[in-house]
Design a protein around this ligand. Structure first.
Ligand code: AMP
Ligand code: ZN
Length: 470
């Protein structure tokens, strides 16, 4: 079966075909750079990375644009608090975001578009909307009048037929199912940053940013638009209203939304304070590959509950796959090729491909790989695996890793080694003691090695365990 995606717009799994030959024009909503993003956000960006890689694997050429929201209420407040310009304030978090993304091995989109570098495109879009009769002004701000777009609600499948006219909202976040006219351009306030335009001094709203930049880079109709599930309403609904009011054409053909990362059954979010950043987890000694694996392992339309057990299990799984790879390359084998194993390897690749073609079912894809590894390990034990089968198995791992990208260990940087605090070390030492008590020696050794990698040596003494920095 060819590649299929679940489309939020039609609520169906559909065959994927780009509008133009094999070129995929894709837009994804990027980070708001007012702080370090958390691993919940990175679940969404990791899903987008898997999507990119799978489209490429399937022979498509990509033109992928991601915005960076570098002006909004939180940014303005944060910059004012620190006495910085918004450019200086956001530069820190933009840099951190791309460093973290690289650590998680996320491929860079073809274009990264900061909002403040595209004000002219937004102004142009707002002028077109005004000419079309979709806007009105109030107190110097310009709003989109949603009653001018009868299809409003078609993405979120909300019935807004009873929506109020003239009810407005200035903030970027508002209640689900509460349709209101949204701000396109906010009037200048006090000494906040602003841009001069024919319709007054001020700054753009969040929604117009994505419509204007998506169309500037990718044209009037995109193939794929993706983001986290929380963006369906109002953000993406508003993007559709804006873009389609300007062009009269369909804005995006496939809408893909990823479910949230949860922690203790709640959405991980900045405002709830229940979040970990990538840096938090690296500081605790977890490898970036384990975090990447964990985020990618649950199919993107299912909620993923973050736990440390899950993260540890991810580390163990990667370890097993690396052991398998090592065994393949280091075992002395009888000459020749076992055709049944060659065929089994080709079949593993087909099963992996079928799973990802099925709306990126990463869990099924991984199951296909594990089953294969189990069988090949048995074949190795039984002496059935021959010299030339190495290449068959290597090919399976190569295909797997072209998407999951976890086999190569990350280098532990000096910064990471330095970042374990005494309290964190004590916590790991306690964890090792508990593992020993529970006779889980594998775990105890893993903790010892993890500490060793961070430059911490353990000494078992009569008084208990002592640790020191190398
Ligand atoms: P923001 O920086 O808040 O605009 O969010 C960036 C991206 O992360 C958006 O696509 C959000 O939908 C997504 N996001 C926010 N919280 C989570 C979460 N807990 N799990 C998965 N994605 C999230
Ligand atoms: Zn957006």
């Amino acid at each position: 079966m060819p590649l299929r995606f679940y489309n939020t717009l039609t609520q169906e799994v559909e065959l994927f075909r780009p509008l133009e030959d094999n070129l995929v024009r894709m837009y994804t909503c990027g980070p708001t750079v007012y702080n370090y993003v958390h691993i919940g956000n990175f679940r969404t960006f990791t899903f987008q990375d898997i999507l990119r890689r799978w489209l490429k694997y399937r022979g498509y050429q990509l033109n992928h644009v991601m915005n960076v929201t570098d002006v909004d209420d939180k940014i303005i407040a944060g910059a004012a608090r620190e006495g910085k310009s918004i450019a200086d304030y956001t530069a820190v978090y933009t840099k951190a975001f791309f460093e973290d993304a690289a650590t998680l091995r996320l491929q860079q989109p073809e274009h990264v578009a900061p909002a403040t570098k595209h004000i002219a495109q937004m102004v142009d879009a707002i002028e077109k909307l005004s000419a079309h009769g979709s806007t009105y002004t109030n107190d110097g701000s310009t709003y989109f009048r949603i009653t001018t777009f009868p299809e409003y609600g078609k993405l979120s499948h909300n019935d807004f037929s009873g929506m109020k006219t003239g009810a407005r909202v200035d903030v970027d976040e508002y209640d689900k199912a509460d349709a209101r006219d949204f701000v396109l351009w906010k009037a200048r306030k006090g000494d906040e940053p602003y841009w001069d335009t024919p319709f007054g001094a001020g700054r753009p709203g969040w929604h117009i940013e994505c419509s204007a930049m998506a169309m500037a880079y990718l044209g009037e109709t995109l193939d794929i638009h993706a983001g986290g599930i929380d963006l369906v309403f109002p953000h993406h609904e508003n993007e559709i209203a804006q873009s389609e009011s300007i062009t009269g054409k369909s804005f995006a053909r496939y809408w893909l939304h990823s479910e949230h990362l949860h922690i203790e059954s709640q959405k991980m979010s900045k405002s709830l304070g229940n979040f970990y950043t990538l840096r938090d987890l690296l500081g605790q000694g977890y490898a970036p590959e384990a975090i990447r694996y964990l985020l990618a392992s649950v199919p993107y339309r299912k909620k993923l509950n973050f736990t440390f057990e899950g993260l540890k299990a991810a580390s163990k799984t990667i370890e097993r796959l690396r052991d398998f790879e090592l065994r393949l390359t280091s075992t002395k084998l009888p000459r020749g090729r076992n055709d049944a194993i060659a065929e089994r390897s080709a079949q593993a690749i087909r099963a992996f491909e079928d799973a990802l073609d099925d709306d990126l079912n990463t869990a099924e894809a991984l199951a296909a790989i594990f089953e294969y590894v189990r069988e090949i390990n048995s074949a190795l034990d039984a002496g059935e695996f021959r010299e030339e089968n190495r290449w068959d198995a290597a090919k399976v791992l190569e295909v797997f890793d072209s998407v999951f990208d976890v086999l190569k260990p990350s280098e532990t940087t000096g910064a990471q080694a330095d970042s374990l605090s005494d309290a964190e070390i004590e916590k790991l030492v306690t964890e090792r003691n508990q593992a020993k008590k529970a006779r889980d020696f594998a775990r105890a050794d893993a903790v010892r090695n993890q500490l060793l990698e961070q430059g911490i040596v353990l000494e078992d003494t009569k008084e208990g365990v002592r640790w020191k920095r190398k």
